[in-house]
Ligand binder design. Structure first.
Ligand code: 13P
Ligand code: SF4
Length: 305
């Protein structure tokens, strides 16, 4: 007989206590996963929480690079990713080998690497960033002649415009965010003329140009609390709408595009979280040699923010 959501949640909560586990969930996760999480947040908040937790086990409800980052920061903990297939297609648009080749073309460049990347790519980079702190990280590199920004060309382009720093951009992109078209934003604005527009910096520049703010998912949650606006058009993966509505019952949130769905984020279900905690698998573990090189880039970011 199948368990109901309530039964699954109860079993997860009990097992989590027994295993001294913490559940970290990204803002794009399904509502029922957000409900059972100890912390729901953006990539930066998730890394910071992973770095300081005293739990023995981290159940990462997100995608592979996020669990990998937790493993880079916490080598002594068991890091579980309830579905091994939950990857990030953007992170797969660059490899360490191709990055090494590019570095040879630009030997003086400082490599700034978006956290949406593999441990091997981080190990080839000088400093990591997330969408929440990318501008701050780039501004810190005042004595660097050249910056190579990988792998998201749109985040890179946005940060370059914001900071006035010219950067060499890797041609990666997020397949979910590029589905948000400028026409969709214009249509929503016409339907809701009083609304504010927030979009993720992974969106195309034409989309960002139509927005009031380009923010990380954590930044969007803060914006939603603070703004006087009663209607907010949200240009990012639609999973965040659940959290925004729950935390701001008096406000109206309008997804810019119903097509902005990250299928990888949706692979994590209550059934898989329970199974993962029962079987203590699939575990994400990074080899020590590469971990230390990647950790240097992640640590440098965490020192700055
Ligand atoms: P945030 O760090 O803003 O949550 O973004 C992560 C991500 O994967 C966006 O697509
Ligand atoms: Fe990767 Fe895009 Fe999914 Fe974020 S939304 S995890 S960048 S594919």
């Amino acid at each position: 007989m199948e368990n109901s959501d309530a039964e699954l949640k109860e079993k997860i909560i009990n097992l989590k206590k027994g295993r001294n586990a913490i559940i970290l969930a990204h803002n794009y996760q399904l509502g029922e996963i957000q409900d059972i999480a100890d912390f729901v947040g953006d990539s930066l908040g998730l890394s910071q929480n992973a770095a300081r937790t005293e739990a023995d086990v981290i159940v990462f409800c997100g995608v592979h690079f996020m669990a990998e980052t937790a493993s880079i920061l916490c080598p002594d903990k068991v890091v579980l990713l309830p579905d091994m297939h939950a990857g990030c297609p953007m992170a797969n648009m660059i490899t360490a080998k191709r990055l090494r080749e590019k570095k040879k073309e630009h030997p003086k460049a400082t490599v700034v690497c978006y956290i949406n990347s593999s441990v091997a790519v981080k190990a080839e980079s000088d400093v990591c960033c997330t969408s929440a702190n990318a501008a701050k990280i780039v501004e810190k590199l005042s004595d660097t002649e050249e910056i190579l920004f990988v792998p998201d060309q749109y985040l890179g382009n946005y940060i370059s415009t914001k900071t006035g720093r010219k950067m060499i951009l890797w041609p990666g992109f997020c397949p979910t965010h590029v589905r948000i078209q400028p026409q969709a934003i214009s249509r929503r604005k016409a339907e809701h003329p009083q609304a504010k527009v927030v979009v993720h910096p992974e969106c195309r520049p034409e989309v960002i140009a139509l927005a009031d703010e380009a923010l990380s998912t954590g930044g969007m949650c803060r914006f939603a609390h603070e703004t006087e606006a009663k209607e907010i058009i949200v240009g990012t993966e639609i999973g965040i709408i659940y959290r925004l509505r729950r935390e701001n019952p008096g406000k109206i949130f309008i997804p810019a595009s119903e097509q902005a769905v990250c299928p990888n984020m949706k692979l994590i279900t209550l059934e898989r979280v329970l199974w993962s905690l029962q079987e203590m698998t699939p575990e994400i573990k990074v080899p020590e040699k590469i971990r230390l090189k990647a950790k240097a880039a992640v640590d440098k970011m965490l020192e700055i923010v």
